[in-house]
Design a protein around this ligand. Structure first.
Ligand SMILES: NC(=O)c1ccc[n+]([C@@H]2O[C@H](COP(=O)([O-])OP(=O)(O)OC[C@H]3O[C@@H](n4cnc5c(N)ncnc54)[C@H](OP(=O)(O)O)[C@@H]3O)[C@@H](O)[C@H]2O)c1
Length: 308
């Protein structure tokens, strides 16, 4: 790799795209991170234009319609962003003979397996978001032979809109809150997923594409918790910086109705990622501590801070 390989990253202002933008230079990549309005899946021509301008060696699709509840009211828009846009990207990558790393979700599962999901498990999305993301996976895999689909889960970051930051914001105005304790999953810090993506990209650039790479991988933080567990851990970490920890009452999903149905247990088994690429994301609790450090003491981690 001569340091000039250019990666095109979509979803420019999103959590994952920003983490990729920050981490890419240390992997020797030049990244073009493009968001709306320049690259907008609502305007398919913008995809072609950005692709032609960039002439990438590899594409990472981090753009998605991620508003899980709102998707129930906007299924066509969610489909355009989560299936049609990625499909066009896949066609362009196939025509150029380059790899596409496409990011998907644990919400393709119904969450009733009662054990961590492997890549070959049957999918059964419970809401529009999951349906559209699954359609996107299938389109990408069908249209681009050099595609890698990474399913991740419960993504948070020191920046952007996410559960951890929402909890911290609520704690500033309330000393008591109720959080769902019967949904299980694997929290994933965007910086950890970005590292995995860049390591895969680096391997492909260095050693060349191998057909055995194509397909679906689960890529989420190691070990699991509940939303309640994640909230309690967030406040415990924030307490290191003197933040007041509120009381967190565990409640059932039925006590917190949402428009979209969530899988009750969407834990992901990530052993295929380790077997093929020798990559593993850190234990979620360790990553959470780092994210809290970055939120409360950003000077300690200047690179991540610069994304904020
Ligand atoms: N967040 C999670 O908890 C979670 C869980 C599992 C999987 N994932 C997957 O992980 C990936 C990265 O998610 P994230 O957390 O980084 O999401 P995010 O912070 O919500 O960012 C998504 C990005 O996609 C862009 N976008 C939305 N609609 C678009 C469209 N029609 N055309 C072009 N761009 C569009 C958004 O643009 P604007 O900034 O202009 O709105 C935003 O920059 C996605 O594939 C997502 O499905 C996320």
């Amino acid at each position: 790799m001569d340091g000039t390989e250019r990666i095109l990253v979509t979803g420019g202002s999103g959590q994952l795209a920003r983490a990729l933008d920050v981490a890419a230079p240390s992997h020797g990549f030049a990244v073009r991170c493009v968001g709306r309005p320049i690259l907008d899946f609502e305007r398919p021509a913008s995809i072609d234009t950005v692709f032609a301008e960039t002439a990438p060696a590899l594409v990472v699709n981090a753009a998605a319609y991620t508003a899980v509840d709102m998707a129930e009211d906007e299924p066509e828009a969610a489909m355009r962003a989560n299936r049609d846009g990625p499909a066009r990207l896949a066609q362009l990558c196939a025509a150029a003979g380059i790899p596409l790393i496409h990011v998907s979700t644990d919400y393709v599962f119904d969450g009733r397996k009662d054990a961590p999901y492997v890549e070959t498990d049957a999918t059964a999305p419970q809401g529009v978001y999951g349906v559209t993301k699954l359609a996107g996976e299938r389109a990408v895999l069908e249209l681009c032979p050099r595609s890698i689909v990474l399913r991740t889960s419960w993504v948070y970051s020191p920046i952007g809109r996410n559960f951890v930051r929402t909890m911290l914001a609520i704690a500033q105005r309330s000393d008591r809150l109720r959080v769902v304790a019967d949904q299980r999953g694997c929290p994933t810090q965007s910086a950890d997923l970005a590292e995995v993506i860049l390591a895969i990209a680096g391997r492909i650039m260095r050693d060349g594409w191998q057909d055995r790479y194509a397909g679906i991988y689960h890529a989420a933080g190691s070990e699991w918790t509940t939303w309640h567990g994640l909230a309690v851990a967030t406040f415990a970490e924030a307490a290191r910086y003197g933040a007041q920890a509120p009381t967190v009452e565990p409640i059932a999903t039925a006590d917190w109705p949402t428009k979209a149905v969530r899988p009750p247990d969407s834990r992901l088994d990530c052993s295929k990622l380790q077997a093929v690429f020798e990559l593993r994301l850190p234990v979620w609790r360790t990553s959470l501590a780092r994210a809290i450090d970055d939120i409360f003491a950003p000077a300690a981690q200047p690179m991540l801070h610069s994304a904020g």
